[in-house]
Design a protein around this ligand. Structure first.
Ligand SMILES: C[S@@+](CC[C@H](N)C(=O)[O-])C[C@H]1O[C@@H](n2cnc3c(N)ncnc32)[C@H](O)[C@@H]1O
Length: 307
């Protein structure tokens, strides 16, 4: 197989984790194991819980990181189960966690996974192949209003109304079965010079819905903060504005000492500051990295430290 995934901002992300000897870390999104193996390149005497909801990623990363297998527990689950996985593995606290969100090159480039509008296959887009709902169900069975909400909210797509209407009209005649069926419907209603952007946005929106990506992220961040030791860091690499906004707002809220209205003479809120923000502005890949890896172009890295 060609390279499973090229890790983005690998050096920066790992440096920010401040890996220490005998520490316990989580890779919440193992993918091809690029970041995971990178942790051991810095320090061999660590233990890592490595999550991925995609069994293909787990299998690949197990092979790739074989040299460190004694120190890795692979967890084939959504990282929203992070806290229960820690309890099951009798781990009280961790020293750092990395989230490298979204999908891997392998997922997008494997035709049968039905993620890509460039490869014709039955609509699917499930990261977890046992997930209940695939893109086929979202596109064919969601009520019009719900489908519109997904395309509007998660795709931030300007032509969401006409795209939704077109899909509904089409599926009333025949089901929208393949990625190319959906692609052609979108292309019929958006301006030609903008169709690639619309395709990316609509496919992204449906993928977010199928995989409950934003809810999982909120749950994952909440669990991470509960599990982190003082001084432990959360490193997040995100690839679109919806994810980045969630991370930014979460970090900002958790870094506040008080949430009382400014006119209050004294603090009565009992708010606990749980994080210190390390990256005031998100870090982005260099021009060189983007030249080597197009997927990196939209990446934003944010880091916060447990107080
Ligand atoms: C961008 S790739 C990670 C690449 C990885 N850092 C590397 O170096 O190869 C994202 C991976 O995270 C997984 N993933 C995304 N969201 C997840 C979630 N909520 N729970 C578990 N795995 C998730 C995807 O299946 C995919 O394999």
């Amino acid at each position: 197989m060609k390279e499973f995934h090229i890790p983005v901002l690998k050096k920066e992300a790992i440096e920010f984790l401040n890996i220490k000897e005998n520490g316990i870390y989580i890779d919440a999104t193992t993918g091809g194991g690029g970041h995971l193996c990178g942790l051991f390149e810095v320090e061999k005497r660590i233990n890592v819980l490595a999550f991925d909801q995609d069994i293909e990623a787990i299998k690949y990363a197990k092979e790739r990181c074989k040299a460190f297998e004694k120190n890795i527990i692979f967890v084939n689950k959504n990282f929203s189960y992070l806290y229960s996985a820690l309890i099951l593995n009798r781990i009280d606290n961790i020293d750092g966690i990395i989230f490298d969100l979204g999908i891997s090159n392998h997922q997008i480039k494997t035709k049968t996974r039905g993620f890509s509008y460039s490869l014709n296959h039955k609509l699917d887009m499930r990261m977890n192949k046992n997930g209940n709902i695939s893109a086929y169900e979202v596109v064919n069975y969601y009520p019009e209003q719900e489908l519109g909400r997904v395309i509007h909210k998660y795709g931030e797509e300007r032509y969401w109304k006409s795209i939704t209407k077109k899909i509904i009209e089409a599926r009333n005649i025949n089901p929208v079965i393949t990625t190319f069926d959906l692609k052609h419907l979108i292309e019929e209603v958006v301006p030609k010079n903008n169709s690639v952007k619309s395709l990316s946005r609509v496919f992204q929106a449906i993928r977010i819905e199928v995989n409950h990506e934003l809810d999982s992220l909120k749950k994952g961040l909440e669990s991470a903060i509960k599990a982190l030791n003082k001084g432990g860091r959360i490193v997040v690499i995100s690839y679109h504005s919806l994810e980045d906004r969630i991370v930014k707002q979460f970090f900002r809220y958790e870094s506040l000492k008080c949430i009382c209205p400014p006119q209050f003479p004294r603090c009565i809120c009992d708010k606990e500051q749980r994080l210190k923000i390390i990256t005031k502005h998100p870090r982005e890949p260099s021009g060189d990295e983007i030249l080597r890896n197009q997927k990196a172009r939209s990446a934003k890295l944010r880091v916060a430290e447990r107080c």
